[in-house]
Design a protein around this ligand. Structure first.
Ligand code: ZN
Length: 277
């Protein structure tokens, strides 16, 4: 147990082989303060039952992951997806999650800029529910390799533009090092998010070289090429005092003993904390 892990949270997808109850127990035993819950991890149980599990473990829930997916050429389909996000906001509130992370979606064949308009409209439609529920909405830019079919928002700047347009305290940005480490404006954009109080979340992992799979080959912090110390320092300098969330989806790591994997996550996190100053 250590006070240094108070602001550390782990995403349930990181230890995918574990049930929610197993994950909550193992995280709490190590003194980890938070658990970000993927919707898949609570399939088949009520949000109330899930909340009891995390409450009993003494954990807090930074985020429910993930809503969004606003992009479709059909307006009725887009409306259905907005409704699905309304349900997720309600689930997040029942779970006690501080925010709902939005992977905004993308669909091949429509200019990305037009799709970003759908995203903005979709989020705008959710603002009353989000505010009433006390659940923040965090737009997560995804790496451009996902621009065709997962996210039309790839740079922090594109997420920031939507935040500026909506100008609402419930809307901000989730900065995931995996997705934005290459951005030439990274430091500047992190500073801007800090200034506008829209830096809602900070996700940690690493970029494996070479990457063998576009989705499930994330690396443990320190096993890749990302300047984690530099980015963490920039995030702190921007005034971010929220959670450091470890989010690693990796076929390789899921095959390992999850207890040993989690021990290494904690070890690498402590090392990072000591390095960024
Ligand atoms: Zn993330």
């Amino acid at each position: 147990m250590s006070a240094a892990l108070d602001r550390l949270a782990v995403h349930t997808i990181t230890t995918k082989p574990w049930t929610l109850a197993e994950a909550a127990d193992r995280y709490a035993r190590r003194g980890i303060g938070g658990i970000s819950v993927w919707v898949e991890a609570i399939e088949g149980m009520t949000a109330t039952a899930a909340r009891r599990i995390v409450d009993d473990a003494g954990l807090r829930v930074p985020a429910l992951v993930r809503g969004g997916f606003f992009c479709d050429p059909s307006e009725s389909e887009r409306n259905r997806r907005i409704d699905r996000n309304r349900e997720l906001i309600a689930t997040a509130a029942e779970l006690g999650a501080e925010m709902l992370v939005l992977v905004v979606g993308a669909t091949p064949g429509t200019p990305l800029d037009r799709q970003r308009g759908w995203v903005s409209d979709g989020i705008e439609a959710l603002l009353p529910e989000a505010q009433a529920a006390g659940v923040k909405l965090a737009i997560e830019p995804l790496h451009p390799m996902y621009a065709a079919d997962k996210s039309c928002i790839n740079r922090i700047a594109e997420a920031r533009h939507i935040c500026q347009r909506l100008d609402h305290a419930s809307v901000g940005v989730a900065v995931d090092v995996y997705h934005v480490w290459w951005d030439p404006d990274l430091e500047l954009e992190i500073t801007r998010l800090g200034e506008t109080r829209t830096l809602f979340a900070f996700h940690l992992c690493d970029w494996r070289v070479p990457t063998r799979d576009m989705l499930n080959d994330r690396a443990l912090m320190g096993d890749g090429c990302i300047d984690l110390a530099g980015i963490t320092a920039a995030v702190r300098l921007a005034g971010f005092d929220g959670w450091d969330e470890v989010e690693i989806f990796s076929e390789e790591h899921w095959r390992e003993d999850q207890d040993q994997f989690l021990d290494r996550i904690v070890e690498r996190y402590r090392l990072l904390e000591s390095r960024h100053g």
